[in-house]
Design a binder for this molecule. Structure first.
Ligand code: NAD
Length: 377
């Protein structure tokens, strides 16, 4: 059985999440069904001391630099969990060195870089995945099935939103994710998830009309000094698909009451779907073909109990009826990616999907700058 050795680049929030996912694969999937085992064999952080502290805390055998991992024959996969501007160089060097690469969203900070990575991965036959973890939540998977089965018919309209409240708090210190240097504020941080789900469920976009918002011209830096806001705090996009559906993609860190509020509604001729990440066990489905009389008949939203009902090779742990959450999407994403590595086959979502999202993000920013819609095809 193949054993996959992963070099983790970045030891922050996502480094921890990916490590947790790799370690917990044998609980959520039977190893015999997966057909591989995996370990995080080495870690790299911003300094050797940080890497050593992380390795000690979580029992990772080696602390290395990214360059060392990329040239080490004992590392199979480079797993990139660093701030956005650091993805490109490491991913490119890793592909050129013959490694498989898993990279956090957004794939890069420019569409040109993302396209270059997608092309390189294709040319070299490298198994390269972008982490769009929300695709692996049971209600999102079920939504895709229902759309594929034609239960919605022609899609007419949609709304994808991702809302946090973190730009409102006056005491919260600005982090790299709020800065232009990191690639562009809320749109580049939350936008990739919303745009990817829109792509996954509704298809490719033909145009975007974007508008950014900065509600707080200044924030505080870690040392308490004043920082001038240089990237959007919220971003609003009106868009249309090649198939003729129209809708919106909205991301905001200016939403009081929001925790991790990723939502969508997709509305077709025959029915509608809606979902919220804060209610991650259920998909709401409205079947417009259901009998509507007398007195509403059987028509109305069904709250589909997706919960832990993941398809094979999922093991059913902890129980198909046990509530699932955000981490379940990450472990599903990791299982799918490493299965592709083990089988030597193309993975989904791939670097091509990451590059597609990057082009949409950039087109929306361009639209905001120009004050008019930007065509994508
Ligand atoms: N898919 C998701 O659900 C999700 C959620 C949050 C963040 N992300 C993405 O994950 C990535 C990391 O975000 P995060 O929240 O973990 O950030 P973080 O700030 O918590 O962690 C970043 C880590 O990178 C390390 N680092 C910085 N420079 C480095 C260098 N030169 N070499 C090696 N390590 C370096 C830092 O020490 C830190 O440990 C970003 O691209 C972000 O957009 C994805």
């Amino acid at each position: 059985m193949k054993h996959i050795r992963i070099g983790l680049v970045g030891a922050g929030f996502m480094g921890k999440t990916h490590l947790w996912s790799v370690r917990n694969l044998p609980f959520f999937y039977k190893t015999a069904d997966l057909g591989f085992t995996a370990e995080v064999a080495a870690v790299c952080a911003s300094t050797p001391a940080r890497g050593e502290a992380f390795a000690r805390e979580y029992g990772i055998p080696r602390v290395m630099t990214a360059e060392e991992m990329i040239t080490d024959p004992d590392i199979d996969v480079i797993d990139i969990c660093t701030p956005n501007p650091l993805h490109f160089e490491v991913a490119k060097a890793a592909i050129l060195a013959g490694k498989s690469v898993l990279c956090e969203k957004p794939l890069t900070v420019t569409a040109k870089e993302a396209d270059e990575l997608a092309r390189l991965a294709e040319e070299r036959g490298a198994v390269c995945g972008t982490v769009f973890n929300n695709r692996f939540l049971a209600p999102v998977m079920r939504a895709r099935q229902l759309i594929d089965e034609g239960k919605l018919g022609r899609i007419l309209s949609f709304a994808f939103t991702y809302k946090h409240n973190s730009c409102i708090d006056p005491d919260r210190r600005v982090g790299w994710k709020q800065t232009a240097e990191a690639g562009g504020g809320t749109w580049y941080d939350l936008g990739p998830h919303a745009v990817d789900l829109c792509h996954y469920l509704c298809g490719e976009l033909s145009f975007v009309l974007g508008k950014s918002q900065i509600a707080y011209p200044t924030h505080l830096k870690a040392d308490g000094s004043v920082w001038e806001t240089n990237a959007d705090e919220a971003f609003y996009v009106i868009c249309g698909t090649k198939e003729g559906a129209m809708g919106t993609v909205t991301v905001s860190k200016l939403t009081q009451g929001a925790n991790d509020e990723l939502t969508f509604s997709v509305n077709g001729e025959r029915g509608s779907l809606s979902f919220s990440l804060m209610d991650p066990n259920y998909l709401n489905f409205y079947d417009a073909t259901a009998v509507g009389s007398p007195m509403g008949g059987l028509r109305g939203y069904t709250r589909i109990e997706c919960v832990g009902r993941y398809p094979s090779p999922a093991s059913g742990f902890p129980a198909i009826k046990a509530p699932q959450g955000w981490l379940r999407g990450h472990i599903g994403c990791m299982a799918g990616y490493l299965s592709a590595v083990a089988g030597g086959v193309a993975c989904s979502p791939s670097f091509s999907d990451g590059a597609y999202v990057q082009r949409v993000l950039e087109a929306a920013v361009e639209s905001d700058r120009l004050g008019r819609e930007v065509r994508l095809c």
